[in-house]
Design a binder for this molecule. Sequence first.
Ligand SMILES: NC(=O)c1ccc[n+]([C@@H]2O[C@H](COP(=O)([O-])OP(=O)(O)OC[C@H]3O[C@@H](n4cnc5c(N)ncnc54)[C@H](O)[C@@H]3O)[C@@H](O)[C@H]2O)c1
Length: 459
Amino acid sequence: MTGASTSSAQLPEAARGLLARIADRSARIGIVGMGYVGLPLALLFSEEGFRVTGFDVDPVKVAALNSGNSYIVRIPAAEIQAARTRGFSATGDYAAISAIDAVIICVPTPLNEFHEPDLSYITGTASAIAPHLRPHQLIILESTTYPGTTGELLIPLLNKGNPAGLCAESAGSAAAPEAPLFYAAFSPEREDPGNDTVARRDIPKVIGAAGPVSRQLACALYGSIFSGTVPVSSPAAAEMTKLLENIYRCVNIALVNELKQLCERMDIDIFEVIDAAKTKPFGFQAFYPGPGLGGHCIPIDPFYLSWKAREFDFRTRFIELAGEINTQMPYYVVERTGEALNQRRKPLQGAKILILGIAYKRDIDDLRESPALTIIELLRRRGAAVAYNDPYFARVGQGRHYALNMGCTPLDNLAEYDAVLIVTDHSSYDYPRIVRESQLVIDTRNATKGLASPSIVRC
Ligand SMILES: NC(=O)c1ccc[n+]([C@@H]2O[C@H](COP(=O)([O-])OP(=O)(O)OC[C@H]3O[C@@H](n4cnc5c(N)ncnc54)[C@H](O)[C@@H]3O)[C@@H](O)[C@H]2O)c1
């Protein structure tokens, strides 16, 4: 599905102007939040000939980008430098928003300490950009969030906070074409970091807009860099679409994590079972068990919906059950590690354990919510001496939920560890060598598939 129904002739003149500037690439694009989502999006717009400004509150990121450097492993500095020659720059000064035609917000949406949505980054951004809005700009939210955020929170903050008295277009509003409007939409980011099987531009862009003109503008904007757009009836429908996608993953991962534990008791290899099941040409999609969920999305987003559901006196039982099973996985891995050491007449207390891979998934440099962090913490609490190796992290200091303060250990003396625990199966690891040289390998990812050795314990 592409495009929207309103013909250009019916659009207000200023919106027609923006549509024309999108078509000839003279529209100025502003991306707020130069992180894992915002920076690649900025580069995509730049590659397509748009002049892009990146906004970020982190002066280190702003300085890095303006000097042509990258801080994300999979984005080479050469791509930033090429974008710089096409007019890309970064700033922390929101006054520059007034020169932008389309502002896309890609700021974090974590959970707070009570496991509730922390929307402070979205509200902070809205308050910061509102004073600089001018008529007929297009404002789009991409951050993952609960249904209603764009309509109930973002738009009212923008309406209220701008001195020019601008108001968002809303579905069914009878605003005259000359009314000082801004246009608004929600369009979720659907990227799968580290998955190179689909080019980013080939992932269809779901768009839920505040009104018909907003829809047409947002579809035109994203249609200029993505192969397909999928307009839905409202921002809330687009917000819910993203949550459905992530909850689907979360629930299915919980299912295989539970079945893995049963299969272990029954002496059945869950990975063999999944590989066989996925030969079915319909009705089955493979999900794989692991040491627990990680990343900015799957462990967090479902709880945005659970929280919102309470407003409607509704309990999202699938989400809560899946959350319970997935959260317990690091504890399960530690328990199995203790059992495997016990069988070798070694206590967990005082054991030397090397964690292989601390990123939340294979071949990426992202540590957010990684189960490795919980596993390290649990092992330390039980008295183990823990070291880690990860080619993507030379050092790990302190984060929102952890204080590791550890450096990466080289892999030159694997035999000195009582156990080597594979938490993240980076493809650069030489697994035959790891198995050959280690006393005990606890494999939570099936990374040692095809290797046979009494030193391997799969869990
Ligand atoms: N990382 C992913 O793979 C992924 C995939 C799909 C959706 N998402 C969603 O996209 C959103 C962004 O995620 P991310 O991974 O890019 O986060 P990130 O932490 O990598 O980047 C966010 C950036 O926003 C900046 N920022 C924070 N507050 C700001 C403000 N007020 N003004 C300007 N900049 C500000 C931060 O400094 C940071 O650079 C989240 O809602 C996330 O759930 C992420």
